[in-house]
Design a protein. Structure first.
Length: 196
């Protein structure tokens, strides 16, 4: 008779997500995942498949537990520049609670490390960036209803790119105020652009 599971799939994915987030995909071996999750190789393979499948499950968990609250904060503040600020502040608060310098953003990390070599990860990164750009575009429409569609799309894409840079910077910043100052400069530039 097979032994009863000593873990849940959710706990496995959550632990793996944190490990990938901190150490990256390439630097993580199956032995590392066994140690980080407390789940045997057999348990990992039977629950989710191999390392790539576990990474993609962790990516989805990151989207749900880290990205979604920031997007909800942006939407809850009725959009506009206050919404964009709420998105960044939610993520900076999280980085501060984890400790700075921190692991950055799993999406930004994957975008530079794994996505160029893995079509499945690239698709997840692209979907994330599209979702974030669309959310920024909604906030900009609220801030500047008369902003033309081309300018709005361009500025939204710029905000997404800049967000990825900010989260990459959080891997070396030792104080949250550095990130907050960066956001203030960014919001000032956006305000100037939409006021043109």
């Amino acid at each position: 008779m097979p032994r009863a599971k000593t873990h849940t799939k959710h706990a496995l994915i959550e632990a793996a997500m944190h490990h990938f987030w901190r150490y990256g995909y390439s630097a993580t071996s199956m032995d590392d995942l066994v140690k980080a999750t407390g789940v045997s190789r057999h348990g990992i393979y039977s629950d989710v498949g191999g390392k790539q499948d576990l990474f993609l499950c962790g990516f989805a968990a990151y989207r749900d537990t880290v990205v979604a609250p920031a997007l909800r904060a942006m939407a809850a503040s009725d959009g506009g520049l206050a919404g964009i600020r709420a998105y960044f502040e939610t993520q900076i608060d999280l980085a501060e609670s984890v400790g700075l310098p921190g692991p950055g953003c799993l999406v930004a990390n994957a975008m530079t490390e794994t996505a160029p070599h893995d079509d499945r990860v690239q698709a997840e990164v692209d979907a994330h960036n599209q979702r974030l750009t669309k959310a920024f575009e909604q906030a900009l429409k609220s801030a500047a209803p008369d902003l033309d569609a081309k300018a709005s799309a361009s500025l939204s894409a710029f905000l997404t790119l800049t967000a990825q840079g900010l989260w990459s910077m959080s891997r070396s910043a030792d104080q949250a105020q550095i990130l907050r100052d960066y956001v203030e400069t960014l919001l000032g530039l956006v305000q100037l652009r939409i006021a043109e």
